[in-house]
Design a protein around this ligand. Structure first.
Ligand SMILES: Nc1ncnc2c1ncn2[C@@H]1O[C@H](COP(=O)(O)OP(=O)(O)O)[C@@H](O)[C@H]1O
Ligand SMILES: [Mg+2]
Length: 265
């Protein structure tokens, strides 16, 4: 299987403190990876490193087997769709305006843009009459869908989602989780998403990457973390999330699922 991203001993310092601390990670094409870990552990910085918005102080980022240099960004950037934490929609643009922005910039014909927006609204279950509304006139779940449509507009091979389901009420969240899972399965893209919910990570991804203080602590399936925690922190992290895990599935199901997942990676 083709390795799409390869991070080699990445360190990124902010004010002398490492946001990423010698982190190595490879991501296989066509898989879904969930980044999880305590607030401030470097998840968003890692996503920004993948897309080339953060330049590491030391270490190397390879994308498609070549170093991700600033000179390559004009070529690589359209190949990656990115939803930033908190959505990042432009408040002065309608949903349609937000989604179409990049395609307009690339001077796609108007009919092509309209057809693509319709296709994405269907894919993300976004109501057509919402397209002419502004973000403040849409619900949290609808705005998350707009962010997702905007990231998918150019049909990128990579999808980077920073807490795409943060701050939603539980009903909307669980509906969007199911829809995201369907979307990932139907599009076969390489997806890296950030979440702070271990059950959500297990549900949506092929592989969970648990981080702490800029380092990778353990990566694999939920069953591995439960049965073979790499260090005591993993047990504490899982323990703290137990309430979330219990109402999703029984431990037997997690382990059964995790074996299926391990076979694929
Ligand atoms: N642009 C920045 N300037 C200064 N410090 C930053 C910046 N971005 C992130 N950091 C710091 O780096 C650490 C990791 O941040 P972040 O990647 O946002 O964590 P997470 O997404 O896991 O919550 C935090 O201590 C944060 O304060
Ligand atoms: Mg973050």
């Amino acid at each position: 299987m083709h390795t799409l991203f390869e991070l080699r001993r990445i360190t990124k310092l902010y004010g002398g403190r490492p946001a990423l601390d010698g982190l190595s990670l490879s991501i296989t094409q066509g898989t879904t990876t969930a980044l999880i870990g305590p607030s401030g552990c470097g998840k968003s910085t890692l996503l920004r490193t993948l897309i080339g918005l953060v330049k590491p102080d030391t270490g190397e980022v390879l994308f498609d087997s070549e170093p991700l240099t600033p000179a390559r960004l004009p070529e690589t950037r359209p190949r990656m769709g990115y939803v930033i934490q908190q959505g990042g929609l432009f408040p002065h643009l309608t949903a349609r305006g937000n989604v179409a922005l990049m395609a307009e910039h690339l001077r796609w014909p108007r009919e092509r843009i309209a057809a693509r927006v319709d296709e994405l609204a269907a894919l993300t279950h976004f109501p057509l009459d919402g397209l002419e509304r502004y973000p403040r006139e849409l619900s949290g779940g609808q705005n998350q869908r707009v962010g997702l449509m905007r990231a998918l507009m150019l049909d990128p091979e990579v999808l980077l989602l920073d807490e795409p389901l943060g701050a939603l009420d539980p009903m909307v969240r669980s509906e969007l989780q199911e829809q995201l899972k369907e979307i990932f399965a139907s599009l076969h893209k390489t997806v890296v998403l950030v979440t702070h919910d271990l059950a959500e990570a297990a549900y949506l991804s092929d592989r969970i990457v648990l981080m702490r203080a800029g380092r990778l602590v353990q990566s694999g399936a939920l069953g591995d973390m439960l049965q073979r925690p790499a260090e005591p922190f993993v047990e504490r992290f899982v323990q703290a999330q137990r309430g979330h895990l219990e109402h999703l599935a029984t431990p037997a199901t997690w382990v059964a699922n995790s074996h299926a997942v391990v076979g694929r990676t």
